[in-house]
Design a protein around this ligand. Sequence first.
Ligand code: GLY
Length: 353
Amino acid sequence: MRVRILGAGIVGLSVADELIRRGHDVTVVDPAPGSGASYAAAGMLSPAGEAWHGEEDLTRLCLSSLSLWPAFAARLGVPIHTRGTVLAGVDAGDVQQVERQLAVLDLAGVSYERLVRRELLAREPGLGRVAGGAYLAEDHSVDPRAVVAALLDRVGDRVGLDTDSFVPHESGSTDESAGRLETNTVTVIATGTRLPDPYSSLIRPVRGDVVRLRTQERVERTVRAWVHGEQVYVVPRTESDEVVVGATSEERDGPLLPTVEGVWRLLDSARRVLPALDRASVVEVTSRDRPGTADNLPLIGPTQEPGVVLAAGAYRNGVLLAPLIAQLVADHIETGSVEPAVDPRRFRMKEDG
Ligand code: GLY
């Protein structure tokens, strides 16, 4: 098949890599590869940490994608940080939130270790005043920027930067130059929060501010914490002294600029959980939109237009879900198979009326 992929973020590039491996003729178009949500992402591979009530299908897909990561990372030559994740609550209300999350994990059959303060400190000696929590042994992380760089290396000169053809898909057009398909070609739309019509209304941008710090004090594992009702995560990079602190979650538009309030809240929460971060240097503050959907599940598979396939809506789990999305899209292109939970046709698209 000839497959044209719109979007060279971690999802589009993973789809490209999988299709190239399977022998298809692939091109990728993006004016700025890897500059969207993949650029901001902390890179948590965290099905347990992200699990929440009513999202059983999403947790199942995240667990399934996690199992693909060791082979995927090995192929790309990027390390996975496998020291697990500490989940902590600072006050009694925060510990209650942790307990709610553990109840979700019980229902999903995901194992964890409940920890008292002393045990939490044994796992992560730099923790401050935490009251209780848990250890999520299977929640790992990668550096998404390293993943994107490795994917770009592999996909190579099949990536075009041509801005004119970035959003070429004109609904209802019969003109190939406007993105209409020949019968043996497929267009995969993996443009994050910016889907062309008639798909744009399927995505809701959810803004996230993220701060990158440099610290001399070692952070052993990813720490996810509730801090007086605020959520924060701190993800250490294995290869450097950088930690990623994230992330705000705001349903708002406007320029992609971090806000003072957002950054202040993140840093205030992070320094309460890991007090040594007071001495860290701020190296970067980034703001990007997550591609959310109405039910928080991705959109992977066919649309009402023949040959137009979505690989979109990965919301909070784009990095984690990338290898699974790649497989699902490639399987769909080759066999027509669709995973019902993520079938884009579960939503009405604009032209359906
Ligand atoms: N997966 C973490 C986030 O979206 O902030």
